[in-house]
Design a protein around this ligand. Structure first.
Ligand code: RB5
Length: 151
């Protein structure tokens, strides 16, 4: 599986820690984030990753900022992106199962390195539950996106 990771200046260390963890697990990881502490706006970090997911350059994405909130809001402005901001592994698993989330977000100022690893492991190993009720709701989200286009 090819995984994209992106981050702003608040999440450089956590990004590298997660990157190492994923490489050890054998994932093919593409780093779209900043590697320095110079100010790097989270909407920019989110957009680069969201576009990579849209273009299918990567299968799933991981987005990290200080809280995880700003970058998740930014990612969710992109068509077809379902980004979930969470601070524990259960939500990371359930957002794959129920929402077919394609980007997981969390905060470098909120979660520890161990918890971040648990979150990405849960997210990347859980498939979407292709049951009718879940698909119907994901389709409803896509319909809202379509309806809002041009407003
Ligand atoms: C940057 O200082 C900080 O605002 C950002 O990383 C993030 O937490 C925003 O949601």
């Amino acid at each position: 599986m090819r995984v994209g990771i992106s981050n702003d200046h608040a999440a450089v260390e956590l990004k590298f820690s997660v990157l190492e963890h994923l490489k050890e697990k054998g994932y093919d990881v593409v780093n779209y984030g900043t590697d320095t502490h110079e100010s790097y706006d989270y909407p920019v970090a989110g957009a680069t990753l969201a576009k990579a997911v849209q273009n299918k350059e990567v299968d799933l994405g991981i987005a990290i900022c200080g809280t995880g909130v700003g970058i998740s809001i930014a990612c969710n402005k992109h068509k077809g992106i379902r980004a979930c901001c969470c601070s524990e592994a259960t939500s990371a698993r359930l957002t794959r199962e129920h929402n077919d989330a394609n980007i997981i977000c969390f905060g470098a100022r909120i979660v520890s390195t161990e918890l971040a690893n648990d979150i990405v492991d849960a997210f990347l190993t859980t498939p979407f539950s292709h049951g009718e009720r879940h698909q119907k709701r994901v389709d409803q989200i896509a319909a809202i996106e379509k309806e809002q286009n041009g407003i």
